[in-house]
Ligand binder design. Structure first.
Ligand SMILES: [Zn+2]
Length: 502
């Protein structure tokens, strides 16, 4: 029986988060543990198995999985250990009957000195297995597609939804790409076009926004059989790397002219609308004044400090703004601050202490704020996310009160994409006047009772105010970092020359 090796390696980083992530932040799954962990998950690995796991003529071999929460760039040592383990696991599983390899990836990893981790991994896999064994990968649409990645894999399936709800079906599409290659002898040719634009904001919501209409056309190319795979990747604007940008990608069966034409169609459609794909951000002082006039709770979206996008989580900007404004309403907010949590645990419930809050990780953006607080509650930071049911490990946690402001102080950044961080610590968001939500999209999805959502223009490693971030590595000129950016589409084909007939 022919074997297909399956591996998973995923993380999304913000280059602007000063705290590097480490090997220890990854959940490592070896061998069968990979399939066990994904058995009931909504994931690409699961989707790939849905399609190919049923086949009697193939055996799927789980090899290695490594995934971590979004964070700052991975330490170079951490990346080298991770990639060595992955490559060794693939090498150990290589037998003469291996027919193909599937790698589930994100595309927006970054290490301290290796700015293209996925490209590095694929290049090394290719070097170890030789030129003939097909490699199919799947990517997040926030992934950065690089020349090295495209040169060292055969075909790519990319998410079609944002907010992402097609993990499993993307894995299924990757499996169908694999079937096209292995069953029908398809010889994929990939055309990509680099688009010098970084985008962010509501038009990227695929169900309702302009980006979704372009993705609809990519989906149509796939369902009508015009292309084996089609996508527009918008990159992760926070992963500052040499090939950061937006890109169209079309994979056809040995038809470079068609791949070229369809990739051009998607790239031009995207460029036509790119300038509308930015967020409208509100100044903090205006939002605080306006919030007092609104009936019921409002949300303050702090997408600039969203751990789910790779930020540090230690922003105190909104807290400082509320204190400076003498805000009297009831506000609730999370903040990552391990020393403050430790001090609260030492002082005990009921103690009144003066603590420094915020800026423990990114003091340049968030000058620490000294505040008199009462310790209202202490927890161990172990709770379950409301929507995904994934456990959160936030470390020692304290609820601190300053006037009517309650601050959930956690020790480690965790996803803050639903209400769990409040509910798990005795705070009812519906009873608050202002709820600080450190996620780009959670407020409108999971705080639907709020009468208004203010998306704030404040500093942070994942700010939608992209020119504020200080990109140093990505290609220039780049919209919206530079003025008058022109688009001169150039198609790159992979492989550059047609493969000989099988
Ligand atoms: Zn994504």
């Amino acid at each position: 029986m022919r074997r297909i090796l399956v591996a998973d390696c995923e993380q999304e980083i913000s280059s602007f988060n000063p705290l590097p992530s480490q090997y220890e932040d990854f959940t490592i799954l070896r061998g069968g543990a990979l399939f066990e962990a994904h058995a009931d998950a909504d994931s690409c690995v699961r989707g790939f198995r849905d399609v190919l796991g049923e086949r009697t003529d193939f055996e799927l071999v789980p090899v290695y999985g490594a995934s971590a929460c979004s964070a700052g760039p991975l330490s170079q040592q951490g990346f080298e250990r991770l990639s060595r383990e992955l490559l060794d696991a693939i090498e150990a599983a290589m037998t003469p009957d291996v027919a193909a390899i599937y790698l589930s990836m994100h595309g927006a990893m970054g290490a301290i000195s290796e700015l293209d981790p996925e490209g590095s991994i694929l290049e090394q896999v290719r070097a170890r297995i030789g030129p003939d064994i097909p490699i199919v990968i799947s990517l997040d649409l926030h992934g950065l597609l690089t020349d090295r990645m495209l040169s060292n894999c055969d075909a790519i399936a990319v998410y079609h939804t944002y907010p992402h709800n097609d993990f499993t079906s993307t894995g299924q599409r990757a499996a169908r790409l694999m079937e096209a290659i292995l069953d029908r002898g398809a010889r994929p040719v990939m055309a990509r076009i680099f688009i010098p634009a970084l985008v962010r904001g509501p038009e990227l919501i695929t169900a309702t926004g302009l980006y979704g209409r372009i993705i609809d056309r990519a989906k149509e190319m796939e369902t009508r059989g015009e292309a084996l795979s089609a996508a527009v990747l918008i990159g992760n604007p926070f992963t500052d790397a040499p090939e950061l940008g937006s890109q169209s990608l079309v994979v056809t069966d040995n038809d470079p002219a068609k791949a070229r034409r369809l990739a051009m169609e998607l790239a031009n459609a995207f460029w036509t609308h790119h300038a509308k794909m930015l967020a409208e951000l509100v100044p903090l002082a205006g939002a605080i004044a306006d919030a007092a006039l609104q009936p019921g709770p409002v949300t303050f979206t702090d997408a600039a400090d969203a751990p789910s996008s790779g930020a540090s989580g230690d922003s105190n900007t909104i807290l400082a703004g509320l204190v400076a404004a003498g805000y009297r309403g009831c506000a609730i907010m999370p903040i990552v601050d391990a020393p403050a949590a430790r001090r609260a645990h030492e002082a005990g419930v009921g103690a009144c202490i003066r603590v420094s809050l915020g800026g423990t990780i990114d003091p340049a953006r968030f000058p620490p704020l000294a505040l008199d607080v009462e310790v209202e509650r202490l927890d161990d930071g172990e709770y379950t996310h409301e929507v995904t049911r994934i456990p959160a490990h936030a470390g020692p946690t304290a609820v601190l009160r300053h006037g009517n402001i309650r601050i959930v102080v956690i020790s480690r950044a965790v996803f803050m994409m639903d209400r769990a961080i409040f509910l798990a610590h005795g705070l009812d968001p519906e009873a608050a006047d202002i709820i600080v939500v450190k996620s780009p999209g959670a407020a409108v999805r999971y705080f639907t009772f709020a009468s208004r959502n203010y998306v704030l223009d404040i500093p942070g490693a994942t700010s939608a105010n992209l020119p504020s971030l200080g990109h140093r590595v990505c290609p220039r000129p780049m919209f919206p970092l530079d003025e008058n950016v022109a688009f001169h589409p150039k198609v790159e084909l992979y492989p550059a020359r047609l493969r000989p007939a099988a």
